[in-house]
Design a protein around this ligand. Structure first.
Ligand code: HEC
Ligand code: HEC
Length: 297
């Protein structure tokens, strides 16, 4: 999807994924034993209700605070890259990052392989599904397969796009504003984001810190300071706090700052209310793989 296409698309109702691998990946996603001291699982920072973290900065093993707000893993399969700066090509490639991060899970492939092979559930499951002993690559694959299943279709906005339902008047007003004010130039496609890198502070400067997980931290090009992958707005009513630094505690606050820094004007109170009403229609159904009680190990 290209920037400037200015098209919003509904989330498909189903997505192809391998159910056996995804169920295995679900166990892994919820398993704190994948961290060095056995206290932090993927789900510790990516909650099952929103896929995101309610804390401004995530907390890893030994209570260490990270430097970024955890984005939602829901619908992340539709993002063109993963992480705020796009450091991971895709979901499978992303898995190594939190596992290796000494401030998050602090594990290495050797330790993980040893744990998975000796575990009475994982050992045989990996053999049965991947036809070889458990290893880091297959573990990443099964977690990615689980994450693929984390889609949230059938939001009232998607039903409206499909011509299956109406939206409240205020939400329609917000949708029109979203297009007219130019939010849609950066937040578009299936995820209303997730398909381009853009600057935070395009018009009015946003403070910058060396700790930022921005494109600059990867490319070291000055123009990439405060450039991030545009976050998805899917389920955004559930994913407070906002921005890479978690600095906006509420959606209203995030909208004010977004308009000021990236569009160069201040929103009127009634515009904020209309935009919030629109953004609330982007809350979809809980992913089915989370609704179902898959047999615990
Ligand atoms: C200690 C908290 C923490 C743990 C544990 C954690 N994450 Fe994250 N996750 C984050 C943060 C913070 C980010 C954003 C970091 C960045 O982009 O610099 C992130 C980003 C992501 C993203 C990228 C989403 C996007 O839109 O770019 C995915 C996918 C993800 N995590 C999956 C996982 C998986 C799978 C695990 C377990 C193997 C995991 N996370 C464990 C905090 C955590
Ligand atoms: C020039 C591109 C651009 C425009 C225009 C833009 N945004 Fe954003 N938006 C971004 C980027 C980049 C971020 C991430 C900023 C950060 O984390 O520092 C973001 C973040 C957000 C967030 C926070 C999401 C989260 O999970 O943290 C919301 C909400 C949002 N934008 C809504 C809007 C609305 C509504 C408009 C129109 C009034 C708009 N944006 C206009 C690029 C843009």
């Amino acid at each position: 999807m290209l920037l400037g296409q200015n098209i919003l698309q509904p989330i498909p109702r189903t997505i192809d994924y391998d159910r056996e691998k995804a169920v295995l990946g679900k166990h892994l996603f919820f398993d704190p034993k994948l961290s060095r001291d056995g206290t932090v699982a993927c789900v510790s920072c990516h909650s099952p209700t929103s896929g995101a973290d309610t804390r401004a900065a995530s907390v890893g093993i030994k209570g260490q605070e990270g430097s970024a707000n955890a984005p939602t893993v829901f619908n992340s399969a539709f993002n063109f890259r993963q992480m705020w700066n796009g450091a991971a090509q895709d979901l499978k490639d992303q898995v190594r990052i939190p596992l290796h991060n000494p401030r998050e899970m602090d594990m290495d492939p050797g330790r993980i392989t040893k744990y998975l092979r000796s575990d009475p559930y994982y050992g045989p499951r990996f053999e049965a599904i991947y036809h070889r002993p458990a290893n880091f690559e297959d573990m990443s694959d099964s977690i990615a397969e689980f994450e693929k299943a984390l889609i949230t279709p059938d939001s009232s906005f998607d039903r409206y796009l499909r011509g299956e339902g109406q939206l409240p008047e205020k939400a329609i007003k917000g949708y029109k504003l979203f297009k007219r004010l130019g939010c849609i130039t950066c937040h578009n496609g299936i995820n209303l984001g997730g398909n381009s890198y853009q600057k935070m502070g395009l018009i009015n400067r946003y403070h910058w810190s060396e700790k930022n997980p921005d494109r600059f931290s990867l490319t070291h090009r000055p123009a990439d300071k405060n450039v991030y992958k545009v976050p998805t707005l899917r389920n955004v009513a559930l994913t407070a706090p906002y921005f890479h630094d978690g600095s906006a505690p509420t959606l209203r606050d995030a909208l004010k700052k977004m308009a000021h820094h990236n569009l160069g004007f201040d929103l009127q109170p009634d515009e904020i209310e209309a935009l919030v009403a629109f953004l609330k229609t982007l809350t979809g159904k809980t992913p089915t793989i989370l609704q179902r009680k898959d047999s615990p190990k």
